[in-house]
Design a protein around this ligand. Sequence first.
Ligand code: RB5
Length: 144
Amino acid sequence: MKTGISADHGGFELKEAIRQEFKNIDWVDFGVHSPEPADYPDKAAELCRAILSGQLDRGILICGTGIGISIAANRFRGIRAALCHDVFTAEMCRRHNNANVLALGGRVLDKEMAFRIVRLFFDTPFDGGRHEKRIEKIDTVTQG
Ligand code: RB5
């Protein structure tokens, strides 16, 4: 699975740790490549465009809290970005929401919890069924 990862300065350290921990993943790393200041909407936009154009299957976005970068990502139609802080939300974002982007807070999570969340994001399948039509509705009833 080709997976993008992108972070601002608040997420840089966690991004590097995730890349080290998950060496088996086919990563495309959008930076930042040092703790240089970056604007989280820019980091979200690069990765989301790559998913929507079919270059990537999924993505992980990291800022300080995960909030700004998930808000920005969810402006892209077809992106379902889930901000997860624990294993329950990590599992459910895949099972019920078919999340294609995981958002994390680099200043919120300890590394072990972040790794557990990332593992679930990769390993948990979408339940489908009744959740399909709800996901379709995200793109049909929320245009306003
Ligand atoms: C950057 O200082 C910080 O605002 C950003 O990483 C993020 O937490 C925004 O939601």
